[in-house]
Design a protein around this ligand. Sequence first.
Ligand code: NAD
Length: 375
Amino acid sequence: MSRTLWHETTSARARFEIGSGILADSGAIITQALAGRPASGVLFVCDEAVNAQGSWADQVASSINGECSRVAIQASEATKSIAQWQSTLEKALAVRLDRDSVIVAIGGGVITDLAGFAAATYMRGIRWVAVPTTLLGMVDAALGGKTGVNIPLPDGGLGKNLAGAFWPPEAIIADVRTLSTLPARHVRAGLAECLKHALIADPGLAAIAAGAAAAATSAEAVDQWKLMDLVSRSAQVKLDIVAKDERETGLRRHLNLGHTFAHAIEARGCDGLVHGEAVAVGLVAAAAASVAAGKLRPEQAVAIKQMVASVGLPVVLKEPVSAGSLVDAAASDKKGSRGTLMLVLPVSGGGVESVPDSGGALFRAGVAAVGAGSS
Ligand SMILES: NC(=O)c1ccc[n+]([C@@H]2O[C@H](COP(=O)([O-])OP(=O)(O)OC[C@H]3O[C@@H](n4cnc5c(N)ncnc54)[C@H](O)[C@@H]3O)[C@@H](O)[C@H]2O)c1
């Protein structure tokens, strides 16, 4: 029970297999992806939770012929760090990976970002395979070839993904059965990226996401076909954009909808939100900023807020934070250029637009609408 999409960039074409119960076939998929140049060694970089729960990593390991070394990492924004990147490279050296070796990343976005960056930099770049085990990873983080880690901002905040590389994987294997052990909070976090894709290019995704949200909190078994539909349809929005603009020179910026806000929220550690939750608040903020820019009608912003709330995601910040501190954090984000923030905003005719926010007034309007104080 699986389907194949293609992950295309200007530099590479990789198979993206989406299915239920396909981890047992992952060895064959990986072997095919490495065709002509077999791996001289394999290092699994896996999420500690995935290593333990459901033994998802064991299933991948037992499907691969030959020995694999393994490093298990506790996934968090704090461990998506230079220190963890360095210790991953040291592990790669210790198990004698060479330029023909392969890193297999098994986990959520934290792990695929970190392991992909280790692959991009070890011996000037070795091949890697992504096995995302979170919804967010399947529809977003494992796709598009962006890899990286966080570094501290000069003021001590979290500089999201500020060290990284474009380094696409050789194959992506998404087994929706792994989502059966994912806590509901993280299923919802993944839905935020699905809603982002709905707003960018596929409005019908919103209803599918709402169905998945209801299923995630019910006692009944989640329909695997519906999950596969959600993953493939949401991922397709990103794949289509990345195929046209791998290096984010134009169109790919659209995928940053909600993210300039989200990264500032994460930099300040607001409400202890995880990435997808910060994106959810970011989508609401982007809608408000768009109203301020005259590009969205107020009732459309209300509809976006309701759409986000309907899947159980946060739409406001609860703990006090000043707009000024979020503006400062946003100024360090990669999405600005020469001091001007570039915001991606939903627009009234559907879809999104990149809008320069030279004085920061639109950003401030956005964060005010989600509860930031005025100072
Ligand atoms: N590279 C990109 O293009 C891109 C895009 C979007 C997001 N991201 C990054 O992705 C990260 C967020 O990813 P995430 O939401 O997957 O978070 P995550 O990797 O932190 O995983 C969420 C939690 O789920 C646990 N987990 C993972 N799989 C599990 C499973 N199958 N069963 C049980 N527990 C499991 C993890 O241990 C963790 O506690 C952020 O760092 C974000 O910046 C990157």
